[in-house]
Write a protein that binds this ligand. Structure first.
Ligand code: GRF
Length: 211
């Protein structure tokens, strides 16, 4: 197998429990993704995502944020990323906003998963339970998730995959989150699979899926 055939090198950034990371690990192990996860990087020492990585023999790296500005942090992150030579970086429940230091180094090679149908209920302050609470308070009849490339604005870059779920009578932020999360796992695997097959073409803010 030549170096070109090796497949993609994926680095996942995660701050939390890492169920989206797990969906990617499982898909890669099944052979559904032409690539392998070479490292998981976290800003939280106790992130369960790091444990999931270790369990599957994937490098687990903790970069402590304490006392660092966002730029200082991202310079260290960039150096760490360089070590792993990723062809794709996935933000899967990563709680920090990337600075242009990282975004510019990996333009259209960083994906994020957001638990709403962007451009609604996205941007600064819309994370975790707050997103689902806002969707319910607005009275939406559908919600869903969005996988998009990361640009300099929060939750803004070109959209790769979206999946919908109904909002049901009696939903709480928790029940809605659970329904959305199941679709997140599908959407993220689909987006990474398409990327690794070289089927995503970014034209401005439109992502075309080539056959
Ligand atoms: C997901 O809802 C994702 O959309 C958001 O953070 C959550 C992470 O969940 N960005 P998990 O850590 O992958 O379980």
């Amino acid at each position: 197998m030549s170096a070109m055939d090796e497949g993609h090198r994926i680095v996942v950034l995660a701050s939390g429990r890492g169920t989206n990371l797990q969906a990617l690990i499982d898909a890669a192990e099944r052979g559904d993704i032409k690539g392998r996860i070479v490292a998981v990087i976290s800003d939280r020492k106790k992130a369960f995502a790091l444990e999931r990585a270790k369990k599957h023999g994937i490098d687990a790296v903790y970069i402590p944020p304490k006392g660092k500005t966002r730029e200082e942090y991202d310079r260290i992150l960039l150096k760490t990323l360089e070590r792993y030579r990723p062809t794709l970086i996935v933000l899967a429940g990563y709680m920090r906003i990337l600075t242009p230091i990282v975004v510019r180094a990996y333009r259209n090679r960083i994906m994020n998963i957001h638990p709403a149908l962007l451009p609604s209920f996205g941007g600064k302050g819309y994370y975790g339970e707050r997103v689902h609470r806002a969707v319910l308070e607005y009275g939406c009849k559908v919600s869903g998730c969005t996988v998009h490339f990361v640009d300099e604005e929060v939750d803004h870059g070109p959209i790769i995959v979206q999946r919908c779920v109904p909002v049901l009578e009696g939903d709480t932020p928790e029940t809605l989150a659970e329904r959305v999360l199941a679709e997140e796992h599908r959407a993220l695997v689909e987006a990474v699979r398409l990327f690794c097959e070289g089927r995503l073409r970014v034209e401005g803010r439109i992502v075309r899926i080539v056959r």
